[in-house]
Design a protein around this ligand. Structure first.
Ligand code: ZN
Length: 332
């Protein structure tokens, strides 16, 4: 069976260059893309040819997920779009069953023709949506493996039980991946809430504006800059779900804590696995209900209302934040 190799090293994934046009894919083949050294087999790995191992400085965690069904991972409604690139996996996934091997490299692969290490988030722009999702899954499983080596109850070593679970070798407690859930919300309002409907109509007549252009001028989105943003972009209010909370309560609380305003008409938008390092982002939209912006200075450095014509730098296309913002931009 052909194998898809998901080889990661410190957040970077090994990609195969598909030509000179900047297209990449995940390496595929019976043999691994680079010689591997078995270090910590998570499951039996009969096919690995020990004699072939040549690069001693590679330490590997091998996960083997047999008969991995690519079709199960197709979540087309996410519509995560990067640059238009060769969708190499689309041809590969014509075979519905494919073997997936996840490999943790101890050092990056450099100087191998046709292969390149790339940051996982950056890879969103060059991989197909399917491949990017698989890469994220691999990154999350590696992260989870590294953080669940010992039982949280008794401290004994855990061992892999299934492809996605472990069991304590002493007390028998089972451990399953439990992602960190975060909410993110797009809040919009009309610029001047004092303008009532009649006045808007009046203004439309006076200025010969249609509803669309009026919306474009009058509607604003709340954007904030978090302290932990590495670039100068603005994003949406977001935060982690707390224990005992439902998602809606988390949204209301985060918005109030971070900005001091209140919201209404909360609606579910969509969700996205977020392997940085191990999360699920749940997106919502809401309307502004009241209050003045008071930024939570421990979390945010900037924040305010922006019209469509006056947007600051916004997040890259890998994020659900960008999908929420793009969706709003398209409404006008
Ligand atoms: Zn235990």
């Amino acid at each position: 069976m052909n194998t898809l190799w998901l080889c990661l090293c410190a957040g970077d994934i090994l990609l195969k260059r598909e030509g000179a046009d900047g297209a990449f894919s995940l390496p595929m083949g019976v043999e691994p893309p680079v010689p591997l050294k078995p270090w910590n087999h998570v499951t039996s790995f009969k096919d690995l040819k020990i004699d072939d191992l040549k690069i001693d400085d590679l330490k590997i965690d091998d996960f083997k997920i047999d008969d991995f069904k690519i079709d199960d991972l197709k979540i087309d409604d996410l519509k995560i779009e990067g640059l238009v690139q060769q969708k190499s996996l689309n041809q590969k996934s014509l075979n519905p069953k494919i073997e997936l091997r996840i490999v943790r490299l101890d050092s990056p692969v450099v100087g191998v023709a046709g292969l390149e290490m790339m940051g996982l988030r950056k890879s969103h722009a060059v991989l197909s949506a399917e491949e990017y999702k698989l890469a994220g899954k691999a990154a999350e499983l590696i992260y989870w493996d590294q953080n669940t080596k010992y039982c949280g109850c008794c401290g004994a070593p855990n061992k892999w039980q299934t492809e996605i679970s472990k069991q304590c070798t002493e007390c028998g407690k089972e451990w399953w991946p439990s992602v960190a859930t975060a909410i993110i919300v797009r809040i919009t309002r009309f610029k001047d809430l004092k303008i009532d409907h009649l006045k808007i109509e009046d203004q439309m007549q006076q200025q010969s504006l249609n509803q669309k252009s009026l919306n474009r001028q009058m509607e604003e989105i709340l954007l904030v800059r978090a302290k932990n943003f590495r670039t100068n972009h603005y994003g949406l209010v977001a935060g982690f779900l707390e224990t005992g909370e439902n998602l809606e309560e988390a949204v209301v609380r985060e918005v109030h804590e971070e900005t001091g305003i209140s919201i209404k008409n909360l609606r579910y938008f969509g969700s996205q696995a977020w392997p940085y390092p191990f999360g699920l982002m749940v997106g919502f939209t809401a309307d502004y209900a009241g209050g003045e912006i008071r930024l939570q200075r421990e979390e945010l450095t900037e924040g305010g209302w922006f019209t469509r014509d006056n947007l600051p730098p916004i997040p890259d296309k890998a994020s659900i934040a960008r999908r929420l913002i793009d969706d709003w931009l398209l409404q006008a």
